[in-house]
Design a protein around this ligand. Structure first.
Ligand code: RIB
Length: 345
């Protein structure tokens, strides 16, 4: 029968918790003599769970966990690539944890990473502020950094882009192209990046003296289907608009299909914009005008910050806000006329 942690504790005449702390290199409070005795018993009894072998060879594992909300969203691969390229330069491996937009799954991954002796964690939160999961991260004593979706926690490094400025600039561009009736398909309200983009949309309209019309705003979920669903709803309800701004490219792709399925010419009749600049934005027809987020750079910077934390080095900047830029392509037309010339089918 295989040796268990209980057998080790019994032979060493210590608690299971003490053996576990030694296994996970968290043996503060365990005397050197006790620690050596436990390690000798483990060796003699050939008790080597995977995490144990790694823990005994190095003071700390070289595994960094990356918890992200939705592996199916093409925004994340470039971000993860930036993390991975940087981490591997410093000799660290990445373990991806896809939360599937489920905050409970996110919580279980925090526990898994803790049990597997992660040296550090990258955390992209599913919801704006998950106090329970933040508490678990803080209690784990594993260094972590926040990426992409801002959460207001002191003394935790965070790297994200200025979402409000990015959407403000896009709506300002649409206004400069002559659009006054601009519909908006937002991401989920519970998401900080989506909340900031909505603010950018409303502020840009207000600054241009254009009234914000709630009837032209819909809350999507960052998925393709919701873009299709809400552009269809806006058209079915007879809403009049000459442009639609979407809070991410996936919903813009869905909205594009919804417009085309009604025979609406893009951008001649309705202009459309996205946000993220995923690869798909360069192959849609027409090619999507969007906001290009510095995804890869965000990942690189977050990895440099986390590795400094893991190594116990000082961090000069706790909050890094990156700027996005417009990627002007084919999906926006100048409007010289006003709304009356726009016939929606
Ligand atoms: O498309 C997914 C969105 O969620 C991206 O815009 C990214 O910023 C993340 O917040």
């Amino acid at each position: 029968m295989s040796v268990t942690i209980k057998d080790i504790a019994k032979e060493a005449d210590v608690s299971i918790a003490t053996v576990s702390r030694v296994i996970n290199n968290k043996s503060e409070g365990v005397g050197d003599e006790t620690r050596e005795r436990i390690l000798k018993i483990i060796k003699d009894r050939k008790y080597y769970p995977n995490r144990m072998a790694r823990g005994m060879v190095t003071k700390q594992s070289n595994m960094l966990g990356l918890i992200l909300p939705d592996i199916t969203n093409p925004f994340f691969p470039d971000l993860v690539r930036g993390v991975e390229d940087t981490a591997s330069r410093f000799g660290y491996n990445i373990v991806l944890c896809n939360a599937d937009n489920d905050k409970d799954k996110e919580e279980s991954y925090i526990q898994v990473l803790k049990e597997n002796n992660a040296a550090g964690i990258f955390y992209i939160s599913v919801i704006r502020r998950n106090d329970n999961n933040i508490k678990r991260l803080l209690e784990s004593k594993i260094p972590f950094v926040l990426m992409d979706r801002r959460i207001n926690i002191d003394n935790v490094p965070k790297v994200y882009t200025d979402n409000e400025a990015g959407m403000y600039e896009m709506v300002e561009y649409l206004i400069k192209q002559g659009h006054r009736k601009i519909a908006y398909i937002s991401g989920p309200k519970y998401n900080s990046s989506s909340e900031q983009r909505l603010k950018g949309y409303t502020t840009a309209l207000s600054d241009a003296g254009i009234p914000v019309e709630d009837s032209l705003i819909r809350e999507g979920d960052y998925q393709i289907e919701s873009g299709h669903q809400y552009i269809t709803e806006l058209l079915d309800q007879g809403r009049e608009f000459t442009a639609v701004a979407c809070a991410n490219d996936m919903m813009a792709v869905g909205a594009l299909e919804g417009l085309k399925s009604r025979g609406i010419k893009i951008p001649e009749e309705i202009s459309i914009t996205g946000y993220d600049d995923i690869l798909m934005a360069t192959v849609t027809s027409p090619k999507l005008t969007t906001v290009a987020q510095p995804k890869y750079e965000m990942g690189c910077i977050a990895a440099e910050l986390l590795i400094k934390l893991v190594k116990g080095q000082r961090i000069s900047q706790n909050e890094v806000i990156l700027q996005s830029k417009l990627a002007i392509r084919e999906s926006v037309a100048k409007r010289s006329d006003n709304i009356e010339n726009c016939s929606h089918r």
